[in-house]
Design a protein around this ligand. Structure first.
Ligand code: PEP
Length: 248
């Protein structure tokens, strides 16, 4: 019922050569018919990626955006600019941005609204730290992050959002949440969404992120509430990422 979505977050990594390698690997047949795939390279590679991915199933993603349309904001990029480059998805609220660039839930919410008004689908990233998990606060923290963004949205806007559950302790650490741990939180997010609208909750795509790789992807993606993955490190090798997409 829900089309799986696999998103590759290159973070501040990559090169023109990597863009081209992805174009080549993803021009092979062999992906499941029913999977959406998006690559989120750094901004300078978006145009090269648009050209290299033209004959593939890869779509374009960005890693963040500024909530404003234009103006005196040196170094920033707006949703309208990304849309013009063909960007379909944007990551918002990644834990690295929350921590390193002090993005609060309010900033995250503004960016989600800006993406939606630019016609770009937001992938809202949420997740707890290890201290929060150990204190038994996982669901409280995750639902607070989700709720802060969902509350002001209209139903039609909610329908365009995907949510990536990324336990902070699993990102880039090689320590993956067990399929059961991930499923428990994803089911909690879907249940929360059902409080707004049962039908939308059933359509909501929930991605798992945190050291997903070609070996553990199939088991995670087999969970009933996991509809895809947000992949960091393992999205930097075209063959590995292709193998993850094949598990979807
Ligand atoms: C991420 O950056 O969102 C991520 C999940 O990274 P990794 O797969 O490397 O843990």
């Amino acid at each position: 019922m829900r089309t799986p979505l696999i998103a590759g977050n290159w973070k501040m990594n990559g090169s023109t050569a990597l863009v081209e390698a992805f174009g080549k690997v993803f021009s092979q047949p062999g992906l499941p018919v029913n999977v959406d795939v998006t690559i989120h390279p750094p901004f300078p590679y978006l145009e090269a990626a648009r050209r290299a991915f033209a004959d593939t199933r890869l779509t374009l993603g960005a890693q963040t955006l500024n909530p404003l349309h234009s103006g005196a904001h040196t170094g920033e990029v707006s949703g309208g600019m990304l849309k013009e480059l063909g960007v379909e998805y944007v990551l918002i609220g990644h834990s690295e941005r929350r921590k390193l660039y002090r993005e609060s839930d309010d900033h995250v919410c503004d960016r989600v609204l800006a993406a939606l008004s630019a016609g770009i689908k937001p992938i809202l990233c949420v997740g707890e730290t290890l201290e929060e998990r150990d204190a038994g606060r996982t669901m409280e923290v995750v639902l607070q992050q989700v709720g802060h963004v969902m509350a002001p949205l209209e139903p039609a806007q909610r329908a365009r959002l995907a949510i990536a559950y990324e336990p902070v302790w699993a990102i880039g650490t090689g320590r993956t949440a067990t399929p059961e741990q991930a499923q428990e939180v994803m089911a909690g997010i879907r249940h929360y969404q059902a409080g707004y609208d049962e039908e939308l909750a059933q359509q909501l795509r929930l991605l798992y992120g945190g050291s997903m790789n070609a070996k553990n992807a199939a088991e995670l993606l087999a969970q009933p509430d996991i509809d895809g993955g947000l992949v960091g490190g393992a999205s930097l090798k075209a063959e590995d990422f292709y193998a993850i997409c094949q598990s979807a």
